[in-house]
Design a protein around this ligand. Structure first.
Ligand SMILES: [Zn+2]
Length: 244
């Protein structure tokens, strides 16, 4: 057991939600701490999530912060340190695979972690209003959205790229438009493995989020935010870090 794990479990007795080893003290965000402070909060938060994932993957989850005292401590406010955008796949619930509890993570889920205006606005709310210093874009192994995009593109010959492009951009499905674009980009880069399609899709989703959201782009520029790309493996329960 790591020291972090011990802290997390041991500090559950503190029911007022102000434990600085676990969540950002309110004063740090209210005081508008400098970028290095945000960076160290983001790093500590990501370490805490990875430690939780190790516990989960090893079959030793602690299910922290799910007790009535924690629930009561959060009645009036939430101060999550992380926002997570993940796939809606039933095998990938972020709170479970990161072994976190109430008040820890602001979570947005869509099939294939596809962005739309509601998703972008939700993540902006997390960053701008809740002051989360970390956004995790979490894809996963065996993603059905990737598989459907591959299936939708498969009838067409790789040589007819214009047609493939049109199939993606003209698709009525936002999932095919987004994930299909990632599959096409992967294939053009010489990748032909669904594991790679999933990784490329996570990277493209981060790029698109930053491009589409002025406030998230500004938060990154001002050092108030870090965005992590990660991929969860359903086969062994481990979260791979793709970019940090
Ligand atoms: Zn999925």
């Amino acid at each position: 057991m790591s020291g972090e794990t011990t802290n997390n479990a041991g500090s559950q007795e503190n029911s007022d939600g102000t434990d600085p080893t676990r969540r950002t003290p309110l004063s740090a965000t209210e005081a508008g701490g400098g970028s290095s402070e945000h960076e160290s909060t983001a790093n500590a938060t990501w370490s805490r999530l990875l430690a939780g994932n190790r516990r989960f993957a090893q079959g030793q989850p602690e299910h922290p912060w799910q007790d009535p005292a924690t629930r009561e401590s959060l009645i009036d406010a939430q101060h999550p340190d992380a926002a997570v955008l993940s796939c809606g796949d039933s095998r990938v619930p972020p709170e479970i695979i990161f072994d976190q509890g109430l008040g820890d993570m602001f979570v947005v889920r869509t099939a294939g972690e596809v962005l739309d205006s509601a998703v972008v606005s939700s993540l902006e709310f997390a960053v701008d209003t809740l002051h989360t210093s970390l956004v995790v874009v979490l894809g996963h192994e065996h993603c059905g959205a990737i598989q459907s995009a591959v299936a939708a593109l498969s009838p067409l010959d790789e040589e007819r790229l214009d047609e493939l492009d049109r199939l993606v951009t003209d698709s009525p499905s936002p999932i095919i438009r987004s994930v299909g674009g990632s599959v096409l980009e992967s294939r053009r880069a010489g990748l032909d493995d669904t594991d790679d399609f999933e990784r490329v899709h996570i990277a493209r989703t981060i790029e698109r989020l930053v491009t589409e959201s002025e406030s998230i782009s500004a938060a990154l520029g001002e050092g108030r935010l870090r965005i992590v790309g990660a991929r969860y493996r359903v086969s062994d329960g481990v979260v791979e870090v793709l970019s940090f």
